[in-house]
Design a protein around this ligand. Structure first.
Ligand SMILES: Cc1cc2nc3c(=O)[nH]c(=O)nc-3n(C[C@H](O)[C@H](O)[C@H](O)COP(=O)(O)OP(=O)(O)OC[C@H]3O[C@@H](n4cnc5c(N)ncnc54)[C@H](O)[C@@H]3O)c2cc1C
Length: 559
């Protein structure tokens, strides 16, 4: 199934580019993800973290006939956190992931399985936003499409397209990805890895012929507004490979929100009973919630090798210890040194180096609930009261969520990263709202946003939470080798026995951090690794990621 080539006009998906394996086909195959030996059925395996990676792994391991034991130190759902506004008829603030590219096909496999509804996300210059307001250097522009903006913006868009073409052979690369021509995609991508691993996004832009021919201001506008989701200068210090992956795999376009909140996806998997024919060992109707008497265990404080030299002992926050033949950790990797006392010999020093050098980006969001989607009321000019707003002011990105005329609306007053998020870090929610309103008043002097606010505002800084320490990975130049070590860790045949049986997954283990699809795909890698570790295997008709790793796995750079 997964080896069928696709047509030249097939949609862009997160197929590689580092490891072009069709995870979406693998999980949809009627033969399932494999089989474990009969004597292992019902055996417990530990899953640390109830975010998307943990839930996908637990759900799939349950289907295979194992008994996942999920531990969670904070809130189920992890960085897919939809916080309900009190008294708001169920309207939510999406504190973590909020817009999901259609190219996230393994993620959407689970969304569809749960029957959740989606809607186009109101990104800049999209029909879903209706109106986009760009406010830079004190000048405000109103637009529905790029063509409504001054020519400078089209020049910037053109320069970016040209830079991608000249610097990365973008069209050919994306064509190979659409067609799922893995050898061709790998050949093209692997050529770029050594060229761009050591260099930043900013370097790529500034040294491109396309931007060199334009003014510094063009570069500045690109950094402020970018194309797709905006705010790209926060990523300027990142490795260029990371940015290339985002644009190549369509992560920055055609994005959707999950109606009612994305948290329903991980929490839905917790409650979902797979079809009887998909489930081995367990009776029909079995769910993760049922296997756990409703709630996961508490946080994990230690992981060590058991006295038998085989199993792993997990200690939870209440001092309970339990042995498992395999443990999957899905928390951000820094937590393996700050929250969990992980016995050092469980990872090689090369792996510890990679886990600790992982670099996280900061992110803050501030939301208010408003009485109604008042911004839709038209001005005499024909434009609405407000639009999705991109600015160089403190707020950076402001998003408007219309939940229908009879329900409260939600405004994400500010979604900011890195330095702009750090400016918010010491402040409480009230002050953040005041700062955001102050900035927005400069853009919309005649709109009294405050008069529409109802209920309590909500804000978040992921870097301030000890269970996360940052929003998501943002690899720096020279980090490819660390990514490679972490991503490949599920292939354990060559490891010393002391390092086997512990697995890692999550979007910081993936090559596409900040995108939930990376959490799902690395979780599926770990499922394959755990099945193999327990003596199981995939069906010949549906080889898994580890079966194809030697052929398709990410290229290695010399140490
Ligand atoms: C601000 C922000 C915006 C984002 N935007 C998008 C987006 O628009 N689109 C998109 O696709 N993705 C987005 N993402 C990324 C997406 O949210 C993540 O990829 C995904 O949620 C990560 O899932 P995970 O399971 O890997 O990690 P997590 O969700 O972090 O799950 C790990 C879990 O481990 C728990 N944990 C920590 N320590 C312990 C311990 N000691 N014991 C037990 N449990 C522990 C944590 O509490 C957490 O619940 C965004 C993320 C953030 C933060």
């Amino acid at each position: 199934m997964q080896r069928q080539p696709r047509g030249a006009d097939a949609p862009v998906t997160l197929f590689g580019p580092d490891f072009p394996f069709a995870f979406d086909d693998w999980i949809a195959h009627p033969q399932g993800l494999g089989a474990i030996p009969a004597e292992r059925l019902g055996q417990e395996v530990a899953v640390v973290g109830a975010g998307m990676a943990g839930m996908v792994a637990a759900y799939e391991l349950m289907k295979l006939g194992l008994k996942p034991v999920v531990y969670e130190a904070s809130r189920m759902g992890g960085r897919l956190r939809s916080q309900v506004f009190e008294g708001g008829q169920g309207v939510v603030a999406e504190l973590g992931g909020m817009r999901f590219p259609a190219s996230s096909t393994a993620f959407f496999h689970y969304v569809n399985r749960l029957g959740l509804q989606t809607q186009p996300f109101p990104n800049p210059l999209t029909p879903a936003a209706g109106c986009t307001v760009v406010d830079l250097e004190g000048r405000t522009h109103w637009a529905r499409t790029l063509a409504d903006l001054p020519p400078l913006f089209s020049e910037v868009a053109g320069a970016w397209a040209q830079a991608l073409e000249e610097g990365a052979g973008f069209t050919g690369l994306q064509q190979a990805l659409r067609e799922r021509d893995a050898p061709k995609l790998k050949a093209l991508w692997d050529r770029l890895v050594p060229l761009w691993d050591d260099r930043t996004f900013y370097d790529f832009v500034a040294t491109s012929k396309a931007f060199a021919e334009l003014s510094f201001h063009h570069r500045e506008v690109f950094g402020q507004v970018g194309f797709g989701t905006g705010g790209w200068d926060s990523d300027f210090p990142n490795s260029m490979l990371e940015i290339l992956r985002v644009v190549l795999t369509g992560c920055d376009e055609n994005q959707h929100l999950i109606v009612g909140g994305v948290q329903q996806v991980p929490l839905g998997l917790w409650q979902h009973a797979p079809a009887a024919h998909e489930l081995r060992h367990w009776p029909a109707g079995t769910t993760l919630a049922g296997l756990h008497q409703g709630a996961p265990r508490g946080g994990v404080t230690a992981i060590a090798r058991a006295a038998n030299g085989q199993d792993l002992v997990v200690t939870d926050t209440w001092g309970n210890t339990q042995s498992y033949p395999a443990v999957l950790t899905t928390c951000q990797s820094w937590l393996l040194t700050t929250q969990i006392a992980v016995e050092e010999s469980l990872f090689s020093h090369k792996h510890w180096m990679a886990l600790d050098r992982t670099r996280y980006m900061q992110s803050s969001k501030t939301f208010v609930m408003v009485d109604r989607p008042f911004w839709n009321e038209l001005r005499s000019s024909g434009w609405p009261q407000m639009g999705m707003t991109l600015t160089d002011r403190l707020t950076r990105g402001t998003y408007l969520f219309d939940n229908g005329p009879d329900r409260p609306g939600v405004i994400c007053l500010s979604y900011a990263w890195m330095g702009d998020a750090l400016k918010m870090l010491p402040h409480g929610t009230e002050k953040r709202v005041q700062l955001a309103l102050q900035a927005l008043r400069k853009i919309y002097p005649d709109v009294d946003i405050a008069s529409h606010i109802v209920g309590d505002p909500i804000s978040i800084s992921w870097e301030a939470d000890p269970h996360f320490l940052g929003a998501f990975k943002g690899a720096l130049p020279g980090h490819y080798r660390y990514n490679h070590r972490m991503y490949s860790h599920f292939m354990q045949d060559g490891f010393a026995p002391a390092e086997r049986g512990i697995f890692i997954a999550g979007d910081d283990v993936s090559f596409t951090p900040a995108w939930v699809e990376g959490a799902v795909q690395t979780s599926l890698n770990a499922v394959w690794g755990i099945v193999r570790h327990l003596g199981g295997a995939t069906h010949a008709a549906n080889p898994g990621p580890g079966d194809r790793f030697a052929e398709l796995g990410p290229m290695a750079l010399p140490d």
